[in-house]
Ligand binder design. Structure first.
Ligand SMILES: Nc1ncnc2c1ncn2[C@@H]1O[C@H](COP(=O)(O)OP(=O)(O)O)[C@@H](O)[C@H]1O
Ligand SMILES: [Mg+2]
Length: 351
């Protein structure tokens, strides 16, 4: 039997390209060789695809990787991708990666891919729109306000007054479409607010200002199995910093994570599982997703960050929760491929 050629796409153009590289090489390493043949594909900073020799995936950064491309890798035009792979495992994160852009390209090329389609991927990226949808679905989300660049540029004093009227510090500022805590700031006094908005505007043209949530942060992977989406075990997060920063997420030994949760009571963990599955369906996610939020001191569960994909480094929530369910990394990766093949077989028009 011919092995299915799985193109693992990593790198990309977003602020999360280094995170993507870590996910991609880990997926490559754990692909079940009995059924699949991995084809590592690097997306460079100019959105070109390169088929890279496996030896290159151990490069430390996307910049190191890029230096080797001309001599050691093979550039490939988008339209030729379908001659090289049968399936795309999207290990990209962030803009142009899990926001619907690559998904649209793969739809046009008729290549099945992991995760949800164009719309749900775009929703997974847009913190403003996803809050509206979740709220309409009856789920609890943080109180928030959007600040657009043109308003900020034309009358920042008025915007500041508006914000301070409804969101007295502590509050959070964040770009509407980023990930890995990039551009996020915790604002502890009014003097820091303008800087928080400016920092977030460096990443997007709109900023979300959110009420500060006082409670325990959690992350929950939802996985489709046997035709039903279910949450794996919930992870409770105890960051080392004032909030869960980029360094807390990716620097070894920074942050403590507990799966199953340590302080969240069992009945609350079960309630979290039920809520994240509702959020998963409300946003149209498919196959898997990672849905994060807070259990507040008053017992309320708030969804803050639903993601249509997940980081897949060895100690990611994805593999930690899978391990808790007795699933090896290779089993999870095969599950995502099998899920996607089934979903793409059944779709009518683009996913
Ligand atoms: N409203 C909030 N209240 C308390 N902490 C928050 C709030 N919003 C974000 N945070 C903290 O900032 C981190 C990053 O914010 P998040 O919205 O999850 O963005 P990202 O998509 O970059 O992960 C969260 O993991 C959490 O620790
Ligand atoms: Mg987050």
């Amino acid at each position: 039997m011919e092995k299915l050629r799985i193109g693992i796409i990593m790198g990309g153009m977003s602020s999360e390209r280094e995170v993507s590289l870590n996910s991609g090489r880990n997926v490559y390493d754990h692909l079940d060789g009995e059924f699949y043949r991995g084809v590592p594909i690097f997306m460079d900073a100019d959105s070109r695809f390169w088929i890279i020799p496996w030896q290159l995936i151990s490069q430390n950064t996307t910049v190191d990787m890029a230096e080797h491309l001309e001599a050691e890798a093979r550039a490939i035009a988008y339209e030729d991708l379908k001659d090289e792979i049968d399936f795309a495992f999207i290990s990209l994160h962030g803009k142009y990666g899990d926001d619907g852009c690559i998904q649209g390209l793969l739809e046009l090329l008729r290549i099945p891919y992991t995760g949800p389609g164009v719309l749900a991927s775009a929703l997974g990226m847009d913190k403003h729109v996803q809050q509206k949808i979740l709220r309409a679905e009856g789920l609890d989300v943080p109180r928030s306000m959007i600040v657009r660049r043109q308003d900020w540029d034309s009358d920042r004093e008025a915007v500041m007054r508006d914000i301070l009227g409804g969101f007295a510090p502590p509050c959070f500022t964040k770009p509407i479409r980023e990930g890995s805590s990039i551009g996020v700031a915790r604002i502890d006094d009014a003097n820091a607010l303008a800087q928080g908005i400016e920092n977030a505007l460096a990443w997007d043209n709109a900023v979300l200002v959110e009420e500060f949530l006082d409670g325990v942060e959690f992350s929950a992977i939802v996985l489709e199995q046997d035709g039903e989406a279910r949450a794996l075990e919930v992870t409770e997060i105890h960051p080392q910093s004032a909030y869960y920063t980029y360094d807390d997420k990716y620097m070894p030994g920074r942050c403590r994570k507990f799966t199953p949760p340590r302080t969240i009571p069992r009945d609350r963990a079960d309630a979290i599982k039920a809520q994240v599955v509702r959020a998963f369906h409300a946003l149209g996610f498919r196959s898997y997703g990672r849905i994060d939020g807070f259990l507040l001191r008053d017992g309320r569960i708030l969804i803050t960050d639903p993601n249509s994909s997940s980081g897949m480094a060895p100690s990611s929530f994805f593999f930690e929760q899978a391990a808790c369910a007795g699933m090896l990394p290779s089993m999870m990766i095969s599950r995502l491929i099998e899920n996607a093949l089934e979903i793409h077989r059944d779709k009518r028009g683009p996913l």
